[in-house]
Ligand binder design. Sequence first.
Ligand SMILES: [Zn+2]
Ligand SMILES: [Zn+2]
Length: 457
Amino acid sequence: MTTTPTITFYGGIGTIGGTKIAIEEDGYRVIFDFGPTYSPSEDLIGGKIHARSGAAGLRDLITLGFTPALDGIYRPGAAESMGLAPARGEKTQVFISHLHLDHMGLLHLLGDDVPVWMHHDALRLFRAVAATGEEPAVPVGTRGFAWGQVIEVGPIKVTPVAVDHDIPGASALLIETSAGTVVYTGDLRKHGPNPELIDQFVDAARAAGPRILLIEGTRLGEAEFYPDRKPTLPEQAVAGRFVELLQGCEGLALTTLYPRNPLRVVNLAKAVPDVGRVMALAPEMAYVYAEMGGDLADVLIYLRSRDRDALAAGMAPGWLNGLIGRGAKTVDCEAIQADQSRYLLQLFYWDLPELVDIRPKAGSLFIHSNGEPLGRFDPAYELLMRWLELFKIPFTSVPSTGHASEEDLLSIIKGIAPEILMPIHSKTPERMDVAGQARVMPEMGGVYEIATGKKIG
Ligand SMILES: [Zn+2]
Ligand SMILES: [Zn+2]
């Protein structure tokens, strides 16, 4: 018996992130992206409440709606405790478009024999963030792909294509079934350093004659929901804007960045010497930067009090010893305190108590640039503000998002010209409206026939 190829939506509907979609044909299944929806002001897990470890963690995350109750993917033991069949070989394979948490933060739940695919650069980044403890270990079944490589999962063929997003290795997927091709954009932008990748992706997607286009819509309705949000800069303009701000800064310059965007660190490290400063990075940030090809000669590593204690006691983790062993130069709170106008210091917000020893002087400045806490919707944002108020440090932001504008999204849809448009990864998917373009609004849990786009379950 042959069954019609289907597409099923387990996440990413009416939310930003959390995309979990399955394409199935003849007992084979491709699942793409596997992260939780990110909503720190609403989630039941956050702050000091974590999902439990082991099998209990899977029960927590399924019961609270972070991950779907699916047979054949989760760790043996944990799966059965929810009445599910455990992972069973290679008939199900998981593809990760990029390494943002809302696309991969549930991978640790998968059984060891489930193949997990991502671009080689995304895998390199994954190993780096896992080494510093920012992520659980890289799953045993993880494999790197190259763009253009065709990966066969039974009768389903998956071809990853490069896109521009604010993270290395970002990929779209062309997924071919016997009933037609589904194109999944992952997350993407046209204002990054490689807009030509978007043009090439649009051409490749159109040439595949796609039946269905699944496209992210993060910024649809942005002006209405976030009227006070600063306009996004092109990625390549961020460092120049920092330099302008630093020209008028007489004290310490502090910033918060996202470790998974090493390109921004590279650009800043190369730009700030123009205004007589050097970039100092928290050790975890420096490690990821170096692992992704950043030059340690361009930065300093800021050793927090706990790093100094660990190094002095011979208890520092291997990755930190290795980093220092590579000849990285370090700086500490006394050196920064003594000569504040020489540094652009990147601190994670949980390291703000370092300011007690650094004692930022009048004329210091804090520049938020897409680091954590990401925005006002995160309760930690108020905490950051209270620390800055205590030290009388003015706050400003230099944002560059990884997501395309509404206008760019619509031009991408017109360029690809799918038979059926299915908007995802958006709070307002109904705004994704192109005249003359057939559209189906996927429902959470809905099963659709790929041949027709009709809901059949
Ligand atoms: Zn996303
Ligand atoms: Zn993303």
